[in-house]
Design a protein around this ligand. Sequence first.
Ligand code: ZN
Ligand code: ZN
Ligand code: ZN
Length: 272
Amino acid sequence: MKIRYLGTAAAEGWPAVFCQCEPCLRSKEQGGKNVRTRSSILIDDHTLVDFPPDTYLHVLRDGLDLGKVRRLFVTHSHEDHFYPQDLAMRSEPYSHLKEDEKLTLWGNAVVVGMIQRGMVGLEFDMVAARIIAPKEMVQTGGLTVTALLAKHTEPEESLLYIFDDGQKAFFHAYDSGWYPAETWEMLAGRALDLVNFDCTHGPISNRYGGHMGIPEVLAAREKMLELGAIKPDAKCVITHFTHNCGLLHQELEKEVSGSGLIVAYDGMELEI
Ligand SMILES: [Zn+2]
Ligand SMILES: [Zn+2]
Ligand SMILES: [Zn+2]
């Protein structure tokens, strides 16, 4: 599987739209890997995880052909993960697609409700929305996808996902908080090849909040190794950073040096 990290920031982006803080000013000055847009990934050019308001920017920046994307897995309804307005642009006359096939979206009841209810003046003709619940599994496009529960937006059920193509498998965990017991149970023994960890707070601990920082990521990786959830040589990526964590890309790399954690950046590609 090829995984492309389209965006790697938290809700505000980095630099954030109105922000004058020092990490945002330094991000603007230094550019490159220090500029982070709202988070999503693209799997093998055909599957998206999350649909942030920066998706159109990703198309322009990376020359993507999202007409090839047939499926979208949404973690939760927060605006940095789900911007349905642009999904309406998949219908005529806004898009002329080579194949007249709907994109299937899986998400929790809140996300699917936003599509089914429609929005003022918008129709979602070319999107089929389906509810997926924690512990449920779907097979699509050669992938077996399992939904797991996060600790983030109660009572809305924020979702984490395992993607498995029969050869390799990875766990994708935006906005996770410390995983609930049922999620640890589902991870045990999976021998995963890759984990994308929520690391919103960078070096700052967030053990009891709806996100993680590096201390929680290291503890979670340790527990995954103990449970056989990941292979001993599994790749562990940290992503979804807020400007409030204060560390630019190279500083984050320095912070985790020797730990084996990979600091994601916009446009990064990994093959497993
Ligand atoms: Zn988020
Ligand atoms: Zn800022
Ligand atoms: Zn969120």
